[in-house]
Every structure is written in structure tokens, then in C-alpha cells.
Design a protein around this ligand. Structure first.
Ligand code: NAP
Length: 323
């Protein structure tokens, strides 16, 4: 990973927070529009897509494409137009009515990066189950990433918790390693796409446990099993598994924003159709914004729109003619 060294005295045209598909697309567009563009990412480039084994609904790839390959190409493309990347965690943002300059503080450092226009593309965070044992056994059998940890469970029984696209995709991926996979879902109907449901139902390594939740994850040094409760019958049983993969959706992880921008009841950023937030010159795109369909292709679309709006704003602020 390259770390670009950047001056904190300059005022950049655009700062993008988050290096998933939304942020990378926004960066490609603003850099290509010849705006000075800095993307700040806290972990690794690519977000959730970078730990997805195969993406088969991003247009242009009949056989699908690996997540890491797709996001690496997006990063290269954005960099080729001049987008620069800083690795660090955004801790605070300051915007005021008196100034058009927005300040982005990284890693708690006193000197901020400064910009005219800010694009929020920070994605969201994986929801935890919040049951006893989950925290204690994270990294000791509890995982939130099949691509990262699947190979540790070769020929072992494991549980996948959740019934959405991610739970189904990852359960299918895990069949490469595990001996048996119990998919534990709290309802009797899956939320995931029909084609994934069909594949999962047809895979003889996968067994569904419906209407059920995990009450506890237990073990000694490592995970030995989960306590499962049927919500309809109240029946409880211990399931012997060596791994628990949790894919129960997402929550917005935007604590750095404080209350400077309007958010929905569930914490996502509210934008208009041009991706502008309640604060002028601040735009949001991808999974961190309030929306119904969270896909790579919609994240990219959002990113392009946010970039176009940011470009418009920057040119207006600089007094240039908008084309
Ligand atoms: P999701 O669609 O929100 O599904 C989360 C699942 O976890 C749901 O089945 C939900 O149950 C369950 N759940 C939530 N909280 C729970 C809890 N506390 N305990 C037990 N179960 C709980 O999330 P996702 O699967 O992570 O997908 C996120 C978004 O990315 C979706 O929009 C999805 O379509 C998209 N995505 C798409 C693809 C693709 O198209 N290839 C791939 C990956 C992700 P209920 O069903 O009862 O609510």
C-alpha cells in the first residue's frame, strides 16, 4: 500500500473519506476533472468488496470478478488520473458557516487536512450479535470475514448466522473448506437473492436452522459450539461447531461526523438526488448514505454523482464558469 505524503497547509479541492467503490469512483471523477483530490482510508482500499471472493453482478464481467481484483483496478484507475491516498482514521470534521474550508482531522492529530468540498464515502460497519462469548472468541473461532478465515475451518463444522446476501454468499464460499455449515436465521424466510437461495438449498453441505437465534457462543480455548434457541417453539439446543461466521447486516459507523450533518433515524446520511447533504459542499455516497439498494454498482453510481456535484460546487466557489 502506498502512502502519499501530503501537505496539511494546502487546501485541496476535494477530500473523500472512504476507499470503497463509492469513494474510488468519486476520486476517479474529480481527479479526472483536474480537481486536486485526496482520499483518506482507515483500513485497506476496497471496503467490503475487497474481502468478497467473487462478484457476479457488477456489469461487464460475464464470469464474475474477484473483489480484490475489481477494487485494485479501481484504485489504479483513480490514481492514474492523479487521485492521492492517505491512510489514517478520520477522527473529527469541522465545517462552519463562516468559511468554505472544511477541516478533516486524522488519527486525532491537531493539524487537519483542508478542503473546499468533502465527499463522505465511509461505508458502514458489520453488526455484531451482541451475545455472550462473541467478543471473547473473536479471532478464536468467531469471524466476520469468510475470505480471511475460511481456510482455518477445513473439514470442520461451522455456523453462519444471518439470512441476507452476505450470509448466503459466504456460506457458499465456506463450503470449499468446512465439512458442514449450519445457517442459523431468525425467520423462516431468507432475505438474500433468490439465485443465492437456490444454490444454498442445493448444496448438501449446508443445513438451514430457521426461526432460530444464537444465545451464546461457548468453548474452552477456542469455539466449541453455540447455544441455539427456536423462537417459535422455545426449544434450546447446543450445536457443536468450531467456527461462527456472523453476517447479520450493518450499522453506520460515522461517529466522526458528530451532529454536523442530517442523518436518518437509523444513522445513515441523508442526501438529495445530487448526493448533497444538509451541509453545503459536503456530499455523501455509497453505503453510508440512506438508500434502499446497497450494491457495488449503486455505490459507483453514487460516487460519480457526488463527484459531479462536488466539482460543480468547487468551480462555483472558485468563481469559475460551470460547464
Ligand atoms: P442484510 O441484507 O441486511 O441481511 C442481514 C441479515 O441478518 C437478515 O437476514 C437479518 O434478518 C439478519 N439479522 C439482522 N440482525 C440480526 C440479529 N441481531 N440476529 C440475527 N440475525 C440478524 O445484510 P447483508 O446480507 O450484509 O447485505 C447488505 C447489503 O449488501 C444488502 O443490501 C445486500 O443485498 C447487499 N449485498 C448484495 C450482494 C450481491 O448482490 N451479490 C452481495 C452482498 C451484499 P431478517 O431477514 O429477519 O431481517
Amino acid at each position: 500500500m502506498d502512502q502519499d505524503s501530503l501537505s496539511k497547509e494546502d487546501v485541496y479541492d476535494v477530500i473523500i473519506i472512504g476507499g470503497g467503490p463509492a469513494g474510488l469512483t468519486a476520486g476517479m471523477y474529480t481527479a479526472r476533472a483536474r480537481l486536486s483530490t485526496v482520499l483518506i482510508e482507515k483500513l485497506g482500499i476496497g471496503g467490503q468488496a475487497s474481502i468478497t471472493d467473487r462478484i457476479e453482478n457488477y456489469p461487464g464481467f460475464v464470469e464474475g470478478i474477484s473483489g480484490p481484483e475489481l477494487v485494485h483496478t479501481m484504485e489504479e484507475q483513480a490514481r492514474s488520473f492523479g487521485m492521492r491516498i492517505v491512510f489514517g482514521e478520520v477522527t473529527t470534521i469541522k465545517c462552519s458557516e463562516e468559511s468554505i474550508i472544511k477541516k478533516v482531522f486524522v488519527n486525532g492529530e491537531p493539524e487537519p487536512y483542508q478542503c473546499l468540498s468533502l465527499v463522505l464515502a465511509a461505508g458502514h460497519e458489520q453488526r455484531k450479535l451482541g451475545v455472550p462469548g462473541e467478543k471473547d472468541y473473536t479471532g478464536k473461532g468467531v469471524s466476520y470475514c469468510a475470505t480471511c478465515d475460511g481456510a482455518f475451518f477445513r473439514d470442520l463444522p461451522i455456523a453462519v448466522v444471518g439470512g441476507g446476501d452476505v450470509a448466503l454468499e459466504e456460506a457458499l464460499f465456506l463450503t470449499r473448506f468446512a465439512k458442514k455449515i449450519y445457517v442459523i436465521h431468525r425467520r423462516d424466510r431468507l432475505r438474500g437473492t433468490k439465485i443465492l437461495q437456490e444454490r444454498a438449498f442445493n448444496n448438501n453441505k449446508i443445513e438451514f436452522i430457521f426461526d432460530s437465534i444464537v444465545d451464546e457462543i461457548f468453548g474452552q480455548m477456542l469455539v466449541d459450539g453455540v447455544k441455539v434457541r427456536n423462537l417459535k417453539t422455545g426449544e434450546r439446543k447446543d450445536l457443536e461447531v468450531n467456527g461462527v461466521f456472523v453476517f447479520v447486516g450493518w450499522i453506520p459507523g460515522l461517529s466522526f461526523l458528530g451532529s454536523i450533518i442530517e442523518r436518518s433515524e437509523d444513522g445513515y446520511i441523508v442526501v438529495d438526488k445530487e448526493m448533497e447533504t444538509s451541509r453545503e459542499g459536503v456530499f455523501a455516497c455509497g453505503d453510508c448514505r440512506k438508500k434502499n439498494l446497497r450494491q457495488i454498482v449503486t455505490a459507483c453510481g453514487d460516487g460519480a454523482t457526488a463527484a459531479f456535484s462536488a466539482q460543480h460546487y468547487v468551480e462555483r466557489m472558485k468563481g469559475e464558469e460551470y460547464v
